[in-house]
Ligand binder design. Structure first.
Ligand SMILES: [Fe+2]
Length: 186
């Protein structure tokens, strides 16, 4: 339910994004608004997860590099405004992403500070005993099945994890087949 497809991604200057403000949001409440980029942040009982959307407007060269990197290694065409960042502190409980079928995640910094577990279906009952687990590595790019139950268990809350994330509205299996065929040149 995860496919590593490349290992040589070059992270941008992280101070650029690490110093941006966090604005907190509760599901169901209005979204915070600001003309300047910010991390929209959700707390869980064991940590927090923040998203920095549409990096193409303030880091256009990085967005271009990332879409080109993905195209080169997968053949997939991603629009530059779909390149977002994730920042996580601590752990994140088992969940299913409701807004996307699959994701491309790329480790930037501290990504290996935690174990990602991903189930084989959307069943929370099955997830208790059946899952695969891995550590995302900085510089590595993955296709992840976010329609299945998944969680992150951090080793420590002291290390902030930064990743690129791209939502893909296509099922994991079909994307996995496309990427493998692309890699084989078929
Ligand atoms: Fe998720």
């Amino acid at each position: 339910m995860i496919l590593e497809f490349a290992r040589n991604f070059k992270a941008p200057e992280l101070e650029r994004i690490a110093n941006l403000p966090l604005k907190f949001h509760s599901y169901g409440k209005p979204l915070p608004i600001s003309p300047d980029p910010f991390w929209i942040t959700y707390y869980s009982n064991r940590g927090s997860i923040s998203f920095l959307r549409d990096c193409s407007t303030f880091m256009p060269e990085f967005a271009e590099y990332t879409t080109e990197f993905i195209r080169e290694h997968t053949g997939l065409i991603i629009e530059e405004d779909k390149i977002n960042f994730i920042r996580t502190v601590g752990s994140y409980r088992p969940h299913i992403d409701t807004s996307r079928s699959s994701a491309i995640n790329i480790g930037l910094s501290g990504a290996d500070n935690g174990i990602t577990r991903i189930g084989f279906s959307d069943s929370y009952d099955d997830f208790v005993t059946k899952y695969e687990e891995y550590r995302i590595q900085d510089g590595s790019a993955y296709l992840v099945n976010t329609s299945n139950v998944h969680e992150v268990e951090a080793d420590t809350k002291k290390t902030v994890r930064y990743l690129v994330t791209v939502a893909v509205h296509e099922e994991f299996k079909s994307l996995e087949t496309k990427i493998r065929e692309f890699a084989n040149g078929t």
